[in-house]
Design a protein around this ligand. Structure first.
Ligand SMILES: [Zn+2]
Length: 197
């Protein structure tokens, strides 16, 4: 058996991407090769650059290409509201909805007894630190409506009690639902109707 060619390697790698299987990976690679100048080369250059520079924002955990992400760097976003999300995908979903004007904090997961994930495995100490040092008036818990998401929300609300107003997203987030799969209007409604914890 001969070694796989570069093209076959590329197809295998693309097939590992979320939302792509082997069949769509083959179609994508074929498209790339046909559009070498227009798509393939710019994509290859951009991937190489992002591979060099992509990192976690030191403050909020967003993915960015500098020490601090654009949101943390923007003075306009320092309005006292801090939105806590599980994952970068949730932050991006909130930004896509365009309804939240404050800053974010990405936990990097949820507490889980089953998987032995405690507060120190998440960015919870950093969250408590930010509430103590930044001028934050409200922490909005935008965690997924899963059992672990809600356990994590209660834990954080307990930690922040008496220190800052804590609210959570209201109706609109279906039970078991994940932010990244909600449409922008639903996220907006859930944010506007947020309730005290
Ligand atoms: Zn940031």
């Amino acid at each position: 058996m001969s070694a796989p060619t570069d093209l076959e390697n590329l197809i295998d790698l693309m097939a590992k991407l979320p939302g792509l299987g082997p069949r769509s990976a083959r179609r994508a690679v074929l498209h790339l090769v046909k559009k070498r100048a227009l798509v393939l080369q710019p994509l290859a250059d951009t991937i190489a650059r992002v591979a060099e520079t992509a990192r976690e924002c030191l403050n909020c955990g967003n993915v960015c290409t500098a020490d601090l992400c654009d949101i943390c760097q923007s003075g306009k976003r320092a309005n006292g509201e801090l939105c806590v999300v599980e994952d970068v995908a949730d932050l991006w979903a909130m930004e896509r909805a365009g309804v939240f004007k404050g800053r974010y904090h990405v936990l990097g997961g949820t507490l889980s007894a089953l998987d032995a994930v405690g507060p120190d495995e998440l960015r919870i100490p950093k969250l408590l630190d930010r509430v103590a040092t930044e001028a934050i008036s409200e922490v909005i818990l935008a965690l997924n409506a899963t059992v672990d998401g809600q356990t994590t929300a209660h834990y954080i609300a307990d930690q922040l009690e008496d220190r800052v107003t804590v609210t959570s997203l209201a109706q609109g987030v279906p039970v078991g639902g994940e932010l990244d799969y909600l449409d922008d209007g639903t996220i907006g409604a859930a944010l506007r109707a947020r309730k005290s914890v």
